[in-house]
Design a protein around this ligand. Structure first.
Ligand code: FAD
Length: 480
């Protein structure tokens, strides 16, 4: 099977009918009316009352009809499932709104998994391809979009095109990652899969300074192993600049014991107490989702007694994110801080990529200036020589993704953006990049220089010439 055209006839017919319905629904939306994907989950960390903001944005556009037409939600539910898995060619055709949880449930019975599986269950394949994703196989396999062989896209100007790396839409194929749904919406994606073994044998290596930890990452990048342990998976956690752990995982057919971090035990706390561990491949893939890394703490879920009463099925990242969204909407904690005369706090939720040689400097800066702990470390390297213009990483270079998610009390007289802006400046100074799923404070000029505004303008003109969809800066910085 090679992509959509190679699908079994019944599946192809059903898919083509769904595509035609969506294309018609999209073309029926009057010009000037904002469009959004009607998705039940999101992992974006820009909270806005999307309706009002979008109308305001539209109203701001010169020459567009004034008056408030609410956002038109596009029903994309037909694209929320795996269309076909082909174990022989180790490929799958997947509806772009399919969550990785459902995708893995469809491939693991074939002893296969996507080359990169972001660790939050409700991240969708389309969201990770357009918004960038990363996980512990990224040192070997790059980012999720690098194992996509074909993209079917409903473009901003209403066409449905199929983009591959060598057809007439190759510019869109390479420009789609980091476009955040501003050039068009992916409907179906053909991806490569890789074989799995039933278990993962983890070894946790301790470090007491960032530089030796970065050196170990560089060593693993060239040797694909560490202290004789094969590195099929690599990520790490910095509890402070003096206490860091690298977790190196190897596929295994045997497991003398198995841990379970969906019950009373909490995964990230195991890193400090044990040097080795065994998980089933499925539990390994979702090891961070149960406690949203460590971000379930503010909800009391990590409190032993409370955890017993917090239903297992609600120990999930999407549940915690919904609670944060509610809080953002009604400003509950902000009122609480006010009442308690405590300083307001700034939300600092970001993932940034830094060249491994400057990683120690970044952690030193972060410890001193932002002082938020723990920090997730995930090494990555582009897969091969191909480059992706809207997120310009250099082929062959080893980067470390630093992920940090929480709030920090603002110093007197400082406003929201104070810490995030500091991080942006440090990332630029160290030759790094920041992913755009959360808040950003760049000027338009700096944003264009960091995310290749020229290449973007060309793609926008070609695939959304009338600007039916928002522009990248409007969406990712102005938060419209
Ligand atoms: C706490 C936290 C930690 C995170 N850690 C990681 C991490 O470690 N690894 C990682 O990979 N990611 C991480 N993310 C980021 C996450 O992967 C991105 O936000 C991703 O884009 C979300 O995908 P989603 O499917 O939830 O999409 P959504 O949140 O629904 O959408 C994200 C953006 O993509 C657009 N979009 C969605 N689907 C499509 C489509 N089919 N076609 C075109 N555009 C589309 C939307 O318009 C939106 O602009 C993290 C996010 C959070 C909040």
């Amino acid at each position: 099977m090679t992509g959509i055209s190679g699908l079994p006839p019944a599946k192809l017919a059903a898919h083509e009918a769904a595509v035609a319905r969506l294309r018609d629904a999209y073309s029926a939306v009057p010009p000037g009316v904002p469009v959004r994907l009607a998705k039940s989950t999101s992992n974006l960390f820009r909270f806005r009352d999307s309706g009002k903001a979008a109308v305001a944005a539209q109203a701001a556009k010169p020459g567009q009809a004034a008056g408030a037409e609410t956002v038109r939600q596009l029903d994309v539910s037909a694209f929320g499932r795996v269309i076909h898995v082909d174990p022989a060619s180790r490929t799958a055709v997947v509806g772009a709104m399919t969550t990785y949880e459902d995708l893995c449930d469809a491939t693991l019975p074939h002893n296969l998994m996507p080359l990169v599986v972001p660790q939050l269950k409700t991240i969708t394949l389309g969201g990770a391809v357009t918004g960038l994703g990363i996980e512990s196989t990224s040192l070997q396999n790059g980012l999720p979009h690098e194992s996509v062989t074909e993209m079917q896209i409903l473009t901003g100007d209403g066409r449905v095109v199929t983009a591959t790396e060598d057809n007439e839409h190759r510019d869109l194929f390479f420009g789609f990652p980091n476009s955040y749904g501003t050039l068009g919406y992916s409907l179906a994606l053909t991806i490569e899969l890789m074989p799995v073994r039933p278990y993962v044998y983890l070894r946790h290596f301790a470090f007491n300074d960032p530089d030796s930890c970065m050196d170990a990452i560089a060593e693993i990048a060239s040797a694909s192993s560490y202290q004789g342990h094969r590195a099929d998976f690599v990520d790490g956690t910095a509890f402070s600049a003096k206490e860091l752990y690298l977790t190196v995982g190897a596929f295994s057919d045997k497991a003398p014991w198995l841990s379970d971090y969906t019950g009373q035990q909490i995964y990230y706390q195991s890193l400090r107490r044990s040097r080795e561990d065994f998980l089933t491949i499925r539990d390994y893939i979702w090891r961070w989702d149960t406690d949203w890394f460590w971000c379930s703490r503010p909800f009391g879920v990590q409190h032993k007694a409370l955890r017993r009463f917090w239903p297992r099925r609600y120990r999930r990242s999407d549940v915690y994110r919904k609670l944060v969204a509610l809080d953002q909407k009604y400003g509950l904690t902000a009122v609480l801080y006010e009442k308690r005369h405590q300083p307001q706090r700034e939300m600092v939720v970001q993932d940034v990529e830094i060249p491994v040689g400057r990683g120690g400097e970044f952690l030193g800066f972060f410890e001193e200036s932002v002082h938020m702990r723990p920090v997730w470390l995930c090494p990555l390297r582009l897969r091969g020589e191909r480059t992706w213009p809207l997120y310009p990483l250099r082929p062959g270079e080893v980067y470390v993704n630093f992920g940090f998610w929480g709030t920090v009390p603002l110093p007197p007289g400082k406003a929201d953006g104070y810490y995030n802006r500091m991080v942006e400046e440090e990332v630029s100074a160290l030759g790094g990049h920041k992913s755009l799923y959360s808040t950003a404070f760049y000027s338009e000029e700096e944003f264009r220089s960091r995310y290749n505004g020229q290449a973007y303008d060309k793609l926008k003109a070609e695939y959304d010439g009338d600007g039916r969809l928002l522009g990248l800066y409007d969406k990712c910085v102005r938060g419209r």
